[in-house]
Design a binder for this molecule. Structure first.
Ligand code: GLU
Length: 190
């Protein structure tokens, strides 16, 4: 059972996300990752096969600043446990990052369609279609793109999404998979 975590607020997101992942470790997982929007609006992804401690080693010396981010512990269903298959997944430009708990049943047909529109996949996961689909549907409003994507995705999902075009926002959606949202005093948690 994987887990997703997201934070939006004015405190550093990275320690909060790592703490969240540690609290999900008991569920079992094979890899872990995190995506952050930095203050300058750029988005970075760090991910690693193995434990949360391996992810922390992978981020040593890296810029993990930012007050908005998403994180994931993966239990592989599509594609072996590996650095590449670990979440977050991104679109080709790397501006949209997605973490996903669940299974996208129609990922093969979506993948074929998105490849025909120019998307280039780098992982074997069902999840990567979501990042490319959001990029395909995005017209300046991620909330709208996510709602349209939900009409095309079949299967179970809890999703966390961040995007460099809307660097002050954290998006989430769910179908069948559980997702808890908390919001208080200008901070949001998933
Ligand atoms: N189906 C996705 C994958 O294999 C998500 C698995 C999970 O829920 O951790 O990457």
């Amino acid at each position: 059972m994987c887990g997703i975590v997201g934070y939006l607020g004015d405190r550093p997101a990275y320690p909060m996300l790592i703490q969240g992942l540690r609290r999900l470790e008991y569920r079992g997982y094979d890899s872990a990752g995190v995506a952050l929007v930095h203050e300058n609006g750029t988005l970075d992804v760090f991910k690693s096969k193995g434990k949360v401690a391996d992810l922390e080693r992978a981020t040593q010396g890296q810029d993990v600043s930012g007050t908005i981010g998403i994180a994931h512990t993966r239990w592989a269903t599509h594609g072996e446990p590996s650095d590449l298959n670990a979440h977050p997944h991104t679109d080709v430009k790397g501006g949209i990052a997605v973490v996903h708990n669940g299974i996208i049943e129609n990922h093969e047909s979506l993948r074929r369609y998105l490849e025909s529109t120019g998307a280039r996949f780098v992982s074997q996961t069902d999840t990567e279609v979501i990042a490319h689909l959001l990029n395909h549907l995005y017209q300046g409003d991620m909330r709208r793109a996510l709602i349209r994507a939900m009409g095309m995705l079949e299967g179970s999902y809890a999703l966390g999404v961040i995007c460099d075009q809307e660097p002050n926002a954290l998006f989430c959606a769910r179908n069948d998979s559980p997702l808890v949202i908390g919001a208080k005093d200008g901070e949001g948690f998933i």
